[in-house]
Design a binder for this molecule. Structure first.
Ligand code: NZQ
Ligand code: ZN
Length: 387
């Protein structure tokens, strides 16, 4: 293992009716809150009213920033920073999925620094200081509720990049599975694909002696695989929503990556794709990730074989290791397709003519990723495989 320091300060309030913990989660000194949310869902399903009821029971002034879009925009971040500065906001509350939370994170850090947010993101400066913020999660998927990452899209340049730093950990996150009941089936599926991909990005690494990490990853994957099909049939099952929600948080809060460095190649390329074409992150991953697996299979055939046998119950008898690995990848593809996720970029009208643009955006920092380092030619080939 690599030496590592692990600290995750986010407090999780998990379970039914935990929204009432908003009152304890928000620090006592807070006077002015900025409430950040998306376009329609929380007003439609009543969560907005419930959040306001809680906030009104503590003595705070509430300001609002609504309409955060999927693949959250830099312009919205600037708007939020402006509101924070003008109104002396001392706490931000995000109510929504990964996009609302990510927008909130960038606002929180951006309003405490002199430097322009986008400059900091592009220069890979860590976000070290920021306003405190909490979240009420409504979509299980990104893990943003308990990690120190945000992903922001600059729509004027069609660029989408991640930003990281200790200031981007929420103070608390409220995870009530009931808040995810109203998700459209496809959003639930995208979340599931995202969760599984986060685990898999970390499963394939270059470090050795990781028996625990490997088994933890396999456990999360097996749990999602046995839960997801039933969840889509019974979207209001508390138990199934609960399982997926917990998997989503564990999948990308640092626990699975202790002492190792995951690949994150497919994520990096997906961000370039969704930054230009505004497609859902989970949809992009379900296309790119299995192709990435096939492309890098030879790097560690044994690990792919292990995944196939342990997670997808592939019978290894009378087959080469490579064959077993390939069957595992095919099983993953089939599983996602059966849930309704796409497997070709053509699904989003992305064709051969788009490759150059995507390659350019993903190569901004030069070759990237672990497990197998990706150069321009590799990105091109992966995209060709995904058309
Ligand atoms: O805007 P509203 O009306 O709220 O609708 C949203 C949105 O249209 C809807 N929705 C959310 N909760 C709902 C609901 N509809 C009904 N009922 C509910 N309970 O779902 C749609 C998608 O929401 P979004 O927040 O965009 O989805 P997700 O959570 O998948 O977030 C995706 C963003 O997160 C980034 C992605 O790149 C993408 O920009 N990621 C962030 C990461 C992080 N911070 O660590 C890691 C990930 O790998 C990912 O890159
Ligand atoms: Zn992701």
């Amino acid at each position: 293992l690599n030496n590592f320091v692990f600290q995750n300060p986010t407090k999780i309030y998990f379970g039914r009716d935990q929204l009432k913990c908003l009152k304890t989660g928000i620090p006592k000194y807070v006077n002015n809150i900025l409430l950040v949310y998306g376009k329609y869902s929380i007003k439609k399903n009543g969560l907005y009213d419930k959040v306001l009821e809680q906030l009104n029971s503590i003595e705070v002034e509430i300001h609002e920033l609504s309409g955060v879009e999927p693949n959250p925009r830099l312009s919205m971040v600037y708007e939020g920073i402006e509101i924070c500065r003008r109104n002396k906001i001392d706490f931000i509350l995000a109510v929504g999925g990964g996009s609302v939370i990510d927008c909130t994170k960038a606002i929180a850090a951006g309003s405490k620094q002199q430097d322009d947010v986008w400059e900091s993101i592009k220069k890979l400066k860590r976000a070290k200081d920021g306003l405190p913020f909490g979240t009420v999660l409504t979509l299980a998927g990104t893990g943003s509720e308990m990690n120190s990452n945000t992903v922001i899209t600059n729509w004027s340049t069609r660029e989408k990049y991640g930003w990281e730093g200790p200031a981007l950990f929420p103070v608390f996150s409220i995870l009530d599975p009931v808040h995810t009941y109203t998700l459209p089936p496809l959003q639930t599926v995208y979340g599931i694909v995202d969760i599984m991909t986060h685990v898999l990005e970390q499963y394939f690494h270059e470090e050795s002696n990781t028996p625990l990490q490997t088994r933890m990853c396999e456990s999360v994957l097996k749990t999602v695989i046995e839960t997801a099909p039933f969840l889509l049939k019974t979207p209001n099952s508390y138990e199934l929503r609960e399982t997926i929600m917990l998997c989503g948080t564990i999948a990308w809060n640092g626990t699975l990556q202790m002492g190792t460095c995951g690949s994150w190649v497919a994520h990096h390329i997906e961000h370039a794709v969704s930054g230009i074409y505004d497609i859902p992150h989970g949809g992009g991953l379900s296309i790119l990730f299995p192709n990435w697996m096939e492309y890098v299979l030879e790097v560690n055939v044994n690990k792919f074989k292990r995944l196939a046998v342990e997670v997808f119950n592939v019978d290894p008898n009378n087959k080469s290791d490579k064959e077993v690995g390939l069957i595992g990848i095919r099983e993953l593809r089939k599983f996602w397709n059966r849930l309704g996720a796409p497997n070709h970029l053509a699904h989003y009208n992305i064709d051969n003519s788009c490759i150059e643009g995507i390659v350019k955006k993903s190569m901004i920092y030069g070759p990237f990723g672990k497990f197998k380092r990706f150069y321009e030619e590799d990105v091109k080939e992966l995209l060709r495989m995904s058309l």
